[in-house]
Each structure stands twice: as structure tokens, then as C-alpha cells.
Design a protein around this ligand. Structure first.
Ligand SMILES: [Zn+2]
Length: 557
């Protein structure tokens, strides 16, 4: 009964963990790496067609984005997740496939001129259609048989609509262990979704650490009032409010607050000012939020629904679907609010709106989420005088504001608070989904506060849940720096900053029966054999060790 850590180890995207129980294999999340990449990930050590099931914590691409690739490579098992996550994956994976296909098309145009062979997209819409058929949606709170000897329960973790922590019971012979996967732990008091629910017990816990050493500023602020004040003053001076926002989750929060501010009478003198949502993905996500089972929503949202009011709808709300709709937004001079993606301004239609508004002192660019280093959003927040957008230099004269207290992730205290609610504390805690400083700090805090044994394994490490020991402890392999991407070129999906405040090695696309896979099986078989040699004579063990070291040196050469 093993756990193999495959991704989001000492970094915050590409969540992937392999479970091995009674000869069966299953994955918890199979995400894409996005944005900053610090360490190489270990490849999946078994062929995709031998993976029996995937348990999916939530729909963000850094947790779900490689599922179509898994399908393309032969996976035919079940993907068990909540109904809302399955619905969101339906639109987010299609969006990801479009981006992959556009990236490949652009690379091929460039490659054709250079005489290189065409490349395939990582996956396409057919792969997404195929993988979506494997989804098995379920409700929160029910114990489900995922595979023989594997049971799972999804608990609301308050990070995104449908997001869950997983309780997984693994049984091998007479031995049963309970493993809890936190997924991404949500921030308290977010609109629409509930706060993270507690879990009462675990033998082992894998917990995220995105903000493992940080506390969110802002505290309990009245975000509807702050947003209304920003909009009011900009409309008063005749400018536009441009809000770069993640399409799924953050955009719906903004609509919720604008509706609330209107109901509370916080706007004066601008009846029915237009609010454009310029992102097809955001508009599809809004529809899913509006149609989801009310049990996925928090008490406040359900109270609004009970008054027969749609919490995401108000007079003046307009949607742009086509690129012509998008371009038309900047044609008239009426002051307006424009919500568009991407949230960190490094791709998508938001760049077009920034080009039209950054040079106007009467306009406002309002940031409502984390801006990673190296993104256009970060440059603007850091006070750049001018920026290059779509090949043009644009002066920055607009007001730039960062809204406090907005995060989909629990901060350090939120993570510790959630762990503190376990009645029976885990015997061992693994910390992932945080950069070196963050995961290291959380490892230390968990040990100091609860006296628990814990660590943050690197990708490739294997832990035996029955013996409670690592059978292989990997070292972190730093990723070699890549060539910077010139501003004019489209950036690939892996280079793009993620839709969540997280920071790829090239995917291993080798076929399951390739020499590459066969080599990995042989290495795996060798490791298993070595584990049986505990009582062998020291001289013999030393000889084997020398031979392994010689082989390692040869492979490195
Ligand atoms: Zn997430």
C-alpha cells in the first residue's frame, strides 16, 4: 500500500499523487503544471491503461488539466468527483483543449517556415469528449466504492464550487489505513461557496501549503462596499473600470458583490451602468453556478435564492461571446465596468481592454487576485510607467488598485485551523502544493503546534502506508531555466500563469509499451527486489551498491 508523489511537490501546480493498494493503481488529481516551474516531476510509473480510477478534488486546471492526456494515452477507468466539479470540468477542459490546439497551430505555422516537422497538440477536443464520458459524479458526504479495497468520501473544502477534501479508506488484506487529501483548502467567508468543512480523523494527511507561511491582509472587509466605491469614483470621472479576473470563481464573486451593492443602494447617479463579462468561459461558468444544486452554495446565497432573486444577475449585466462582441465594448464612450480574463493579464481578451484603457487617467484597473512574478498584472501592480501590449507600447496613466482580502486559498492560520479540527490527528502529515519557503514553514508550524511528524516529499518519493516508512525518498531536481518568451509571441498554456494563485517539465508522452516505460518497469522491479535483501550479507549488499552506482554514473553520462 503505497503513495507515490508525482507533482505539486515544493511547487504549486501540477497536482498528481498515485495510490497503490492491493495491486490496484489510482490517482488523486492529474493536473497540468502552469506558470513558474521549479522542480522536475517524476513520470507516471505505471502505464495509463493500468490506472483503475482517478479521484478529483476540484476542477482547476492545475488539478484536472492532464486528464484528457491520460485518456489519450489509454486510461479507461472512472473519474470520481462531485457533480459541480464534473460540470466545471466540462467547460474548463474544453477551454484547455482549445488553447492546446491554438498553441500547436501557432507553433506549426512557425515550424513550417523553419522546415520542422509538425507537432500535435497535447490533446484535442476529441480527447476531452472521451475523458468526460469517464466522469462519475457524486454528492458530498457519501462513502463510495472507488475500486476493490478503496472507498472515498468527498467533503466540501470551500475553495471553488464543488471542491472537496477526500477521505480515502485503503484496505489490503486485514489492514486498513485512512488517507486524507486536503485538495486546495478554501478561504473563509467567500461569497457563494461554503467555508471548509472539518474532517474528524486520518491515519495520514496530505495537505496543501500555497500560503503556508503567509497571512492574508484585509481581514473581514466589506468587499461589496469597497468594490462599489471603486466603481462609483471611476464612473464619476467618466472612466472605465477594467477588472482582470479568473473566469471561474472570481468572476462570479464579482457579479455577486455588484448585485449586492446595487441592492444596498451603494451606487449614486449612474442608473443601469453597463457591466460587461467578456469571457466565454466565464459566462459558461456563471451558468453552471446559477444552475447548480443549491446544496453546493452557502447559507447567504441560498437565502437570496429563497427570495426568488438570482444572486448573479442584475440590470446592466451584459455578456460578450464573440470577438466582435468584445471589440464593440470599447467603441462607445459610456463609462462601464469590464470584467475579463485572464486574471493575471498574460493572455486573453483582457489585454485588449488594457490597451484601450491603461493610457486614460480617468480609468481604473482593479486587481482582485494574486499576480505572479513575471506577469503583466505584476508589472502594473509594481508601478510600471509603460508596458508593451499586443506589440504596442502603452503608457500607464490609469489608476491601479489591488483589492484586499481576496483569495480562494486559506492562509497559514486557515490551514492550521482546519487541521486543528481533526479529533484523531494523523500519524504522519505530508505537505505539498507550496513553494520551498511555504511548504517548509508549514511543516515546521504543524510540528510545533500539534507535535505531529511531517515532511514535504519531492516528486518521485514513495511512502509505504503500512510500514509508515519511505521506500524511496527522491531529491528535488531543479528545472533548467528556459529561454524567455518574446512579448510578441503567443505563450503556451504551460507558460501561462494559472487561473489560481499558484506559481512544466515537458510532458512525458511516450507510449506505455515504449522502451522508456519498459526501462521504468525494470527500475521499479529492481527497487522491489532490493527491498527483499534486508538480511543479505553486508559484503553482497556492498557489491550490489557499487554496481548500482556504476550504472547511475553511466546513465548520467
Ligand atoms: Zn485550486
Amino acid at each position: 500500500m503505497n503513495l507515490t508523489f508525482l507533482g505539486a511537490n515544493h511547487e504549486v501546480t501540477g497536482s498528481r499523487t498515485l495510490i497503490e493498494c492491493g495491486g490496484l493503481y489510482g490517482l488523486v488529481d492529474y493536473g497540468m503544471e502552469q506558470g513558474k516551474n521549479f522542480y522536475e516531476n517524476a513520470p507516471l510509473p505505471v502505464p495509463p491503461n493500468q490506472i483503475g480510477f482517478v479521484l478529483l478534488t476540484h476542477a482547476h486546471i492545475d488539478h484536472s488539466g492532464w486528464l484528457p492526456l491520460l485518456f489519450k494515452q489509454g486510461f479507461q477507468g472512472s473519474i470520481i468527483t462531485t457533480d459541480a466539479t464534473a460540470d466545471l470540468c466540462g467547460i474548463m477542459l474544453k477551454d484547455a483543449a482549445h488553447i492546446q490546439m491554438q498553441d500547436a497551430e501557432w507553433q506549426n505555422k512557425k515550424g513550417q517556415r523553419a522546415g520542422s516537422a509538425p507537432i500535435e497538440p497535447l490533446y484535442d477536443l476529441d480527447d476531452v469528449e472521451g475523458v468526460l464520458k469517464l466522469f462519475v459524479p457524486c454528492a458530498y458526504g457519501k462513502i463510495i466504492d472507488a475500486a476493490p479495497g478503496v472507498r472515498v468520501r468527498f467533503t466540501d473544502i470551500g475553495h471553488l464550487l464543488g471542491s472537496a477534501a477526500l477521505e480515502v479508506w485503503l484496505k489490503e488484506g486485514d489492514t486498513e489505513k485512512k488517507m486524507v487529501f486536503s485538495g486546495d483548502v478554501g478561504n473563509k467567508n467567500q461569497p457563494l461557496i461554503r467555508d471548509p468543512e472539518p474532517i474528524d480523523s486520518a491515519d495520514y494527511l496530505l495537505i496543501e501549503s500555497t500560503y503556508g507561511d503567509k497571512l492574508h491582509d484585509g481581514g473581514e472587509v466589506d468587499r461589496a462596499a469597497i468594490l462599489a466605491a471603486c466603481i462609483q469614483k471611476t464612473l464619476d470621472r467618466g472612466g472605465n473600470v477594467v477588472i482582470p479576473a479568473f473566469a471561474v470563481g472570481r468572476t462570479q464573486e464579482l457579479l455577486y458583490f455588484i448585485r449586492e451593492a446595487k441592492e444596498r443602494g451603494l451606487f449614486h447617479g449612474h442608473d443601469y451602468f453597463p457591466v460587461y463579462v467578456d469571457s466565454p468561459l466565464a459566462n459558461e461558468a456563471t451558468t453552471i453556478f446559477q444552475n447548480c444544486d443549491p446544496s453546493y452554495l452557502d447559507d447567504e446565497a441560498r437565502a437570496i435564492l429563497a427570495r426568488h432573486v438570482n444572486p448573479l444577475m442584475f440590470d446592466g449585466l451584459l455578456t460578450a461571446t464573440t470577438s466582435d462582441d468584445s471589440k464593440a465594448i470599447n467603441v462607445d464612450n459610456q463609462p462601464k465596468v469590464i470584467i475579463s480574463a485572464s486574471g493575471m493579464c498574460d493572455a486573453g481578451r483582457i489585454r485588449h481592454h488594457l490597451k484601450y484603457n491603461l493610457w486614460r487617467p480617468e480609468s481604473l484597473v482593479l486587481f482582485v487576485g494574486y499576480q505572479a512574478d513575471g506577469t503583466l498584472g505584476r508589472l502594473l501592480l509594481d508601478g510600471a510607467d509603460s508596458v508593451k501590449i499586443l506589440g504596442e507600447k502603452v503608457a500607464v496613466k490609469a489608476e491601479i488598485i489591488n483589492m484586499p482580502g481576496v483569495s480562494g486559498h486559506a492562509d497559514r492560520d486557515g490551514l492550521l485551523d482546519w487541521l486543528g479540527k481533526f479529533q484523531q490527528k494523523p500519524g504522519y502529515v505530508f505537505v505539498n502544493h507550496g513553494e520551498d519557503a511555504e511548504c517548509g514553514a508549514l511543516v515546521q508550524s504543524i510540528h510545533e503546534m500539534f507535535g505531529l511528524e511531517d515532511d514535504s516529499p519531492f516528486s518521485g518519493s514513495v511512502y509505504d502506508l503500512i510500514t509508515g516508512q519511505y521506500t524511496y525518498k527522491a531529491q528535488g531536481v531543479p528545472v533548467a531555466p528556459k529561454e524567455p518568451v518574446p512579448e510578441q509571441q503567443p505563450i503556451t498554456q504551460a507558460q501561462r500563469a494559472p487561473e489560481t494563485p499558484h506559481a512544466a517539465p515537458e510532458p512525458h508522452q511516450a507510449a506505455p509499451d515504449s522502451p522508456y516505460w519498459r526501462m521504468l518497469y525494470s527500475a521499479d522491479a529492481l527497487l522491489k527486489t532490493l527491498h527483499t535483501l534486508g538480511g543479505a550479507p553486508s559484503k553482497e549488499l556492498a557489491r550490489i551498491q557499487r554496481e548500482i552506482e556504476a550504472l547511475t554514473r553511466e546513465v548520467k553520462r
